[in-house]
Design a protein around this ligand. Structure first.
Ligand SMILES: *[C@@H]1O[C@H](CO)[C@@H](O)[C@H](O)[C@H]1NC(C)=O
Ligand SMILES: *[C@@H]1O[C@H](CO)[C@@H](O)[C@H](O)[C@H]1NC(C)=O
Ligand SMILES: *[C@@H]1O[C@H](CO)[C@@H](O)[C@H](O)[C@H]1NC(C)=O
Ligand SMILES: *[C@@H]1O[C@H](CO)[C@@H](O)[C@H](O)[C@H]1NC(C)=O
Ligand SMILES: *[C@@H]1O[C@H](CO)[C@@H](O)[C@H](O)[C@H]1NC(C)=O
Ligand SMILES: *[C@@H]1O[C@H](CO)[C@@H](O)[C@H](O)[C@H]1NC(C)=O
Ligand SMILES: *[C@@H]1O[C@H](CO)[C@@H](O)[C@H](O)[C@H]1NC(C)=O
Ligand SMILES: *[C@@H]1O[C@H](CO)[C@@H](O)[C@H](O)[C@H]1NC(C)=O
Length: 329
């Protein structure tokens, strides 16, 4: 009796496993598109696991939604893949996250078809050799919360329409060859934007006044050709924590600027900033400051971390003095 039961049980287990292994979650339409993408990339070794006889929800690089079984994530990372982004990718209508990262041989421009992926929340194209202008059609991806186009070969101006992405938390356009002024309409950025990285481009002109109303956490703009005044980014009740405008051409009086308590990085080296260091800097307990290579004068305020910082945070100014620089005369 017991033995029969055991046999029946093991047969049932075997059958259910057999059934499970054959229950394909993959949507046939999505599978067709993925195989098209594999072919467009010339059947690379990296996508060797994309076997048409298996469930595409199990394939490397992609993820399916638990309920709908549609492809929602596509993350191609550090792959030896050559060519352009296949427009077929836009035929995965349920994609929410799309990444091409560290693919040296990915070239060409961003295909206009991508504008159809309106469910996208995250789009990353970084460390590739993709070039051309940053397309203005990206503004049609209204659900984007994160757009990362850093470390590529993009050139031309920042499209004004990116300001229409009202749900963005983070925008990275750093390490490209972007030129021209930041258009005033770009000042109308998403109020939810916290991270804005534009470092290592060739952007010129001043930054939009309207950015003073935004609640940034990090604004990294180093190594551009930006001019003018950025003091409106600061103020007692601002949220900003990390600010890097080093190696630009800013020119403003720092003397009366108030800084928020949460400020932890303020790098302004290599600009044309004048006036003196405000006393308020001495109240910040956790500050990395670098104001070297400017036109500042007067005594370095005493307190906070200001004396612990290396003298190279202050050197090459007009007449800054006091510890860690030599005493004032
Ligand atoms: C890039 O393409 C070249 C020429 O096709 C090839 O030799 C090289 O291995 C590729 N590199 C990578 C990282 O894919
Ligand atoms: C990349 O793939 C190409 C062709 O598929 C191959 O010739 C080359 O050796 C590969 N490079 C690396 C770094 O794997
Ligand atoms: C772009 O391609 C060049 C060679 O063609 C390579 O040296 C460089 O690393 C590539 N850039 C990126 C970001 O992959
Ligand atoms: C944005 O996402 C919501 C659900 O999160 C969806 O209902 C809406 O259609 C999406 N917007 C666009 C423009 O597709
Ligand atoms: C990068 O862009 C420059 C023009 O800005 C172009 O001359 C160069 O060929 C591009 N490099 C690649 C790998 O596409
Ligand atoms: C910024 O934060 C303050 C206080 O946290 C809030 O009152 C204000 O509405 C926020 N501004 C934006 C543009 O979100
Ligand atoms: C700081 O916040 C108060 C109210 O929360 C507001 O009235 C004031 O305008 C703000 N000051 C600055 C400089 O933003
Ligand atoms: C401040 O910036 C200057 C210029 O880039 C650099 O030489 C120096 O090492 C920096 N100091 C610190 C403490 O980071």
């Amino acid at each position: 009796m017991k033995i029969t039961l055991l046999i029946i049980l093991s047969i049932l287990t075997f059958l259910s496993q057999l059934l499970l292994s054959h229950s394909t979650r993959c949507n046939p339409q999505d599978k067709k598109v993925l195989l098209k993408i594999k072919k467009a990339f010339n059947n690379p070794y990296h996508l060797a696991s994309w076997n048409p006889d298996t469930d595409c929800c199990q394939w490397y690089v992609v993820d399916c939604d638990r309920k709908t079984n549609r492809i929602t994530n596509f993350h191609l990372f550090a792959a030896n893949v050559s060519g352009q982004i296949p427009p077929a990718i836009a035929d995965l209508p349920y994609l929410e996250s799309l990444t091409f990262h560290k693919i040296t041989n990915l070239t060409g421009t961003i295909p206009p078809a991508l504008a159809r992926l309106t469910n996208l929340k995250m789009l990353t194209i970084s460390w590739t050799n993709i070039s051309g202008p940053i397309p203005s059609f990206l503004s049609q991806l209204k659900n984007l919360t994160f757009l990362d186009l850093s470390f590529n070969n993009f050139s031309g101006a920042i499209p004004q329409t990116l300001g229409e992405l009202r749900n963005l938390n983070g925008l990275r356009l750093d390490r490209n060859k972007l030129t021209g002024p930041i258009p005033d309409s770009f000042g109308d950025l998403s109020p939810t934007l916290q991270y804005l990285y534009l470092s290592h481009n060739q952007l010129s002109g001043s930054i939009p006044r309207a950015w003073g109303d935004l609640n940034f956490t990090s604004v990294l703009f180093d190594r551009n050709r930006l001019e003018g005044d950025i003091s409106f980014l600061f103020g007692k009740n601002k949220t900003v924590q990390n600010v890097d405008f080093s190696r630009n051409m800013l020119r403003f009086d720092l003397s009366n600027v108030e800084f928020p308590d949460g400020l932890s990085t303020l790098d302004l080296n290599h600009n044309r900033i004048y006036g003196s260091l405000p006393e308020g800097l001495a109240k910040l307990e956790n500050l990395y400051l670098n104001v070297s290579y400017n036109r500042l004068c007067g005594q370095i305020p005493v307190g906070g971390r200001l004396q612990e910082l290396d003298y190279s945070s202050y050197f090459h100014n007009r007449c800054l003095c006091g510890a860690p620089l030599p005493n004032c005369k």
